[in-house]
Design a protein around this ligand. Structure first.
Ligand SMILES: NC(=O)c1ccc[n+]([C@@H]2O[C@H](COP(=O)([O-])OP(=O)(O)OC[C@H]3O[C@@H](n4cnc5c(N)ncnc54)[C@H](OP(=O)(O)O)[C@@H]3O)[C@@H](O)[C@H]2O)c1
Length: 331
């Protein structure tokens, strides 16, 4: 995989992206499941989201990750609007597999059928205002593997039809990711990776199979920004205020888990060396961890976009700093 401080190549696809992508979950705004569980990050200002996307582009960010379900279609619409005529200068990743109602902003299940994949792709293309998706990702993290093999073959069909350029499974399970990796145009795995939550199994697969490692939750859903403090509660409508079982590090009503915050504080000095902010240091750890990684931090303001894009100029942590981190965390 070709790599510089500022760009990386997405696996064996040859698609070049900035070493940092932008994650567009939060800018989808509020949505929920049928039981009222918040699935978004609370309210957002669409005009600020558009300004933040454009600012990121001006600062060299050429990779944007969204999903059809974020904000029940809203994130794709906002991203498409923000990119406008710049669409051909960027790489767009989106995801499918969840069912939602755009009108009521409600998610109501999953669908792993090939028929749904085609319906979902058609709808994403329309919302994003484009004729192809650069990286199409299966958004059912624990999906059935036999079914996934069929979906991988459908993705190959989409590639032949020119509707997508490459595809990936968004999963933390190396065995599942390997099912997709067998497809010729599989280019990545999207998975969780941050300095508090390592992923050696998936990283080994990416190295072996020549796939990009696209990193969700690189800031541990905000824990690695320095903004969370013991007792600081999160707004209603923010998924972190009522965390589902798969979201560690936050507790309902009490905010960030003090044990996680202590680990962040223990790392602060290493991560903020050489003038980095804490968030920039967290991203620098990811680039140092593997040459295949492309972190995709979330954002909702121009200020966050500037800070996160600014991490690229500072590059990865050194090998010495990487070793210090492991020592502090006792890994
Ligand atoms: N299953 C999946 O495929 C999956 C799952 C999760 C995420 N993702 C993707 O990965 C992306 C990123 O992961 P994530 O959303 O879980 O979390 P993350 O990137 O670890 O954390 C993002 C949050 O941190 C805060 N933040 C970001 N930059 C900051 C800065 N410079 N200073 C202070 N605070 C800052 C913002 O929240 P506040 O402003 O509220 O603090 C932001 O929404 C998502 O947007 C999505 O594209 C995919």
């Amino acid at each position: 995989m070709g790599t510089t401080a500022h760009t990386r190549v997405l696996g064996r696809s040859g698609i070049e992206v900035s070493a940092l992508g932008f994650g567009c979950w939060a800018i989808g705004g509020e949505w929920q499941d049928t039981g009222g569980q918040p699935l978004g990050w609370g309210r957002v200002d669409d005009e600020e989201s558009v300004r933040a996307v454009r600012r990121a582009f001006d600062l060299g960010v050429t990779f944007f990750d969204t999903a059809d379900t974020y904000g029940a279609g809203h994130s794709e619409r906002v991203l498409g609007r923000a990119l406008g005529k710049r669409r051909d200068e960027v790489v767009i990743a989106t995801k499918w597999g969840n069912l939602f109602d755009e009108g009521t902003r409600t998610a109501y299940g999953v669908d792993d059928s090939p028929e749904h994949a085609r319906r979902a792709l058609t709808a994403s293309l329309q919302r994003l205002g484009t004729d192809r998706i650069d990286l199409y990702q299966l958004h059912i993290a624990d999906g059935d593997m036999e079914r996934a093999a069929q979906l991988r073959d459908i993705c190959e069909e989409f590639v032949r039809e020119g509707l997508i350029r490459g595809y990936a499974w968004s999963t933390d399970d190396p065995e599942r990711a390997a099912v997709f990796a067998r497809g010729a145009h599989c280019t990545a795995v999207q998975h969780r990776l941050n300095v508090l939550q390592d992923a050696p199994g998936i990283l080994a697969l990416c190295a072996e199979a020549g796939l990009a490692s696209v990193n969700r939750s690189p800031l541990a859903m905000g824990l690695l920004t320095g903004k969370q403090a013991p007792g600081r509660t999160l707004a209603a409508g923010d998924i972190r205020s009522a965390p589902p079982a798969w979201l560690p590090g936050f507790t309902a009503a009490a905010g960030a888990d003090p044990a996680w915050l202590r680990r962040v504080e223990a790392l602060r000095e290493i991560l903020t060396a050489e003038g980095r902010t804490l968030a920039q240091g967290a991203l620098a750890w990811i680039w140092a961890r593997s040459p295949h990684t492309v972190p995709i931090p979330g954002f909702r303001t121009v200020a966050q976009a500037e800070e996160n894009a600014g991490a690229m100029a500072k590059g990865p942590l050194s090998a010495g700093q990487l070793a210090e981190v492991e020592q502090v965390l006792g890994r």
